[in-house]
Design a protein around this ligand. Sequence first.
Ligand SMILES: Nc1ncnc2c1ncn2[C@@H]1O[C@H](COP(=O)(O)OP(=O)(O)OP(=O)(O)O)[C@@H](O)[C@H]1O
Length: 869
Amino acid sequence: MGQVDRADVIAEEQREVDRIYACADEDQRSVDAVRAKLRSDCPDAGLAPVPDVPAEFGLREDLGGRSLVISRVDLTEDPDARLTWYLGRRTVRDRNGDLVLVKWSSPQAVRWQAATPDDPRGVWRLRRLHCEERKVLDYSDRLIQPPPESATAASPPQADAGAETTAGVDPFLLAELDRARDGSMRDIVETIQRDQLLLVSDDRKGLLVIQGGPGTGKTAVGLHRVTWLLDNGRFTPDEVLVVGPHREFLRYVKDVLPRLGSRGVSIVEISQLWDGEVRGTDTPEARLVKSDERMATVLRNAVEAWIRPDRITEDLEFVFRGVLLRIGRAELVDLVREARDSAGPYLVRRRRFIDRTLDLLLERWPANRRKSIDPGFRSQAERQPRLAALLNAVWPSLTAERVLRHLYDSAEAVRQAAFGVLTDEEQRALLRPQARRTADEPWTPEDLVCLEELRVLLSGDEPRRYRHIVVDEAQDLTPMQARSLARRCPSGSMTVLGDLAQSVGSRQYDVWGRLVGILAGGDGWRIAELTAGYRVPREVMEFARPLATALSPSTAYPGPIRPPAPGSLTVTPVRRAKLVAETVSRALNLAMRSEDQVRSVAIITPDDGELLDGIRGEVAAAQESALPGLGRQITVLPASMAKGLEFDHVIVVEPQLLAEQGPVGLRRLYVAITRCTQTLTVLHSAPLPAELGGPAKGTGQKAAAADAAPEAHTSTDTGTYESRDRLLAGLREQATADHRQRGHGYLRYALMADLCKNDFDPVEADLGYVARTTDRGTTIYVVSARAAHTYTELRAAAVHAREIGWAGGDRVDEIFLVLPAEPSDTWAVDVIREILDVSIIWKTDTGWGGHRVETALGGDPDRSPPETE
Ligand SMILES: Nc1ncnc2c1ncn2[C@@H]1O[C@H](COP(=O)(O)OP(=O)(O)OP(=O)(O)O)[C@@H](O)[C@H]1O
């Protein structure tokens, strides 16, 4: 289809979109009129929700500047004889009540959107409309099956430039994924993919696990599923709970549901589910024991241990209202045992025991004094000191806090409660001295979960229940947390989102079964996997792949759907002393990159006070600087807070240190390096972890020795090395690590092949560079698999190239730095040559680029070197 036809189609769609908006506007006016009338009838009505306003006059969702209309569906046949429908973000009717826009989540819309050539569902064409609010900008067609004759006669469908093939990637989707992230998640209704939609609308009972690697859309699917469940009447908003990992995450997703038209759903941070204030931390050992499901048995035993029939050593005798009452010891023991062995929480059974005891006393009350049995009789008898003392000794009233304090404080109590359940070592891990007062007890996050368990055991008071729960980042739930969530949703109707490879909780699961078995109810559970990566650029996904495979061999690694984007990955060594300054300078550079959109930048550091504080301080200072807006979009966060979030540019600082931080360090690192939508920069003073191409375990330096690491790419200042030998060793080590970089081999061999073609006789030096001998000395080619774009990056790489040349010990005549892609700051290439006498060449699609490429390789610039005669 030519340009004109395309414009015609857009004009035709514009007319339809205008008509739909006209109906929506009219609908809005009638809502406003009802509101105005209510306000005039009752002046306060506009200030508070008005319960008697009919539902259809409720709030219209604020679309946040997004388009109401998203697509058009053409059918081959339809019982209503209407073959074209428009789908959108909400339902719109005309003044006759006829549908003009079908909400994306309605049964028909879902059915149509999921049509494929194998399962056409009566659809012959799906047309995505690309609109900017009311304006149709473009469209993209997907032909599902041959059109009916009536349609071809009216306007023959043709392949056109913007057409989406069923095999290709939707161009609107790619554009959407490339858009700048402003720190708030957006809905995906315009570009939702079939596999995602099928999960959103999965109507089967029970629990649905959605496993998927980073950026596969799990959170997006989970939230859209909430809207689908509400829109289709499965639940009401107050029956649904969404649980997220931390406060930043809640802030990130908070707009999605309201924009989808779903209001009133509770979204909470997981730690907020449990009452009480966290004031302490557990040792890793204690955390493991307290969060294990066996702890539920220990707590049950701990509660039961307070029931002590053995403390009844004599008959109960006391005078009450002038009558001597008596219950024999054996009778009392029987009463306690009977109540203890009955069903119910501790305090309910305690009441049962007291009531049975009082019943017995009443039975023994002299017949001639029956008249004195008044309504206060039982409560007065119960308060009688002998009886009260007996109760206290045998079956005391308890609080959860008292039980737990006592348990942790007493090796004997732990031994009794955990006998046959925990090992001796695990039992010891639970012990800690009681604080002087309950209010001072340093409760840990795991303790708060245990306290809830105890409250249920003691009083049976359960937390609020929901009919459906969505849990994001569920791989980090502990078994005890899972028990507690199951308590909130006994039906087991849940959507559980997570990625086993990203698990950074106190325990890791190889498979979902163990965790989900605790959460699921009678309807069981099923698992689905999302395998397309929407967020992370291809190069970054490749960089992260070995780490993901090492962490979770059983889960599928997402296939990135975005095309390659050279320059999306930069890995640069920096001397420790300069790490903070270099990080902040790069972040500012990224934040200031002149683009049409403001891009978000995140610096992710180890949860290490020094680095984190240093960088935070510098960024804050930059934010206060004279340049307005400078650094405003820079977020600095510890790796532990990164899960679930995403940013355009991410700088990960000191990955080895991050990897070494506790048993989940490597996993946190994996989460950190998969947060970006545009670029990942890794800055390190210690060698990279082996899983990211660093030296194999045992041969590398520890992060603790970071000050001795080379600063090959950032400075000529080598004065802080202990010795010349140390510097040489550092450079060689760095060269070996560079050599292992993904893409290094490709670039090196491409270079050598082209040098061979020109009879330049290249050799590979042990430091990884390529060399050829000329009359004047040696020309060396230092290959960098990492792209360098800015002046700073080019200078660092050029200095490194000079250092490598020096370390190689050859009589170097000329140095070429060989890059995988053309630098963005091309002006810097000449400057680098003038200042540092390093020439820069780079790989292009057809050959090589760079001002001195002919000298470097022979032949014309930007094409492969000529064949030798
Ligand atoms: N069909 C889609 N259309 C447009 N954007 C999408 C689509 N699917 C996912 N995305 C985008 O991809 C990004 C990643 O999605 P999301 O955060 O839901 O992934 P995730 O699987 O939860 O990631 P992680 O496990 O790393 O937290 C988001 O920006 C989301 O909006």
